[in-house]
Design a binder for this molecule. Sequence first.
Ligand code: 3EB
Length: 330
Amino acid sequence: MEKCLDVAIVTGNETLDKISGNILGIIEYGVNAIFAADADAKSLPYQFIQVKSINENFCEVWFTEETVYYRKSESCRIGESENLCFRTVTVYDEAGGHQEKAENAYKQIFSELNLDLYHVVRFWNYIPNINEKGDVQERYKEFCAGREDAFLELYHKNDSVYPAATGVGTYGNDLCLCLLAVHKKAKRCNIENPNQVPAYCYPRQFGASSPKFSRAAYVEFQSEKIMLISGTASIIGTESVYMGDVVMQTNTTIDNIKILFDEKNLRKYAIDYWRIKAKLKYLKVYIRNWDDFPIIRQICENRFEKEKIVYLQSDICRSELLVEIEGVWI
Ligand code: 3EB
């Protein structure tokens, strides 16, 4: 049977030849883009996310054994196969309000994507100057408002469909989005954390438009079981906890990830915990202050396989949050 969806980390001293499958799309994280030329030569959908510091340049590469076709629609780069779709959009830093730019980016990335046929399961949102004041309020809040405008139109206020997501800063000037969608032949459900209020239900004090994402997306396709964990932080209920304490924030973040996999939690979604043999593919750790890298690395390596973890420096959507972690299990 063909392996439907897989992901691998390719580091700066490796090449894309490491991937034994057909590439759907690439997200590179680094200070400089080192894979751009290779991706371009192969016409692959590619997105570069500029960071300030990194332990090692790396690419996150999504791939499949299915045949992949590449095309562009407006500024959207697309890799699609029978059952999968990866898309990326860059909205350049030119004139216009930030809220409208976010809405426009979302409309572009969804353009001609048939939502009757596809579940969008994962979004990555990289927002320049995320904690700075934008046109009238913080850039992140303006981003959330634009995303909400687009989602209201697309999903007609159906909370149960919001994909897993990451929303963090980038040191580049452009708003960068990536999306992963799977055919509705796959079984999909979104998972919430019993210790956190769903982000789309956050009260207005965190922004007039709540962040439209679920804590995790679970996808079952043929014999494959995939768990896509959203960017996760030190939030309990609706509140950020352990201000200024990077050790406790990191531990709380990891606890928040682990509880999603808890047997009791999965049972609520009728997911048979014992049948999941999914293994950690990667854990991506966004660190606000690079001085915290050694201590955060020590904690993460205590709790997950060291070889699977990558680290980069970026700002995080609430200015008091020091760390955000996302992961994929397949
Ligand atoms: C949080 O739990 C932390 O706006 O897409 C995490 C993942 C966060 C995604 C987003 C925001 C987003 O609220 C922040």
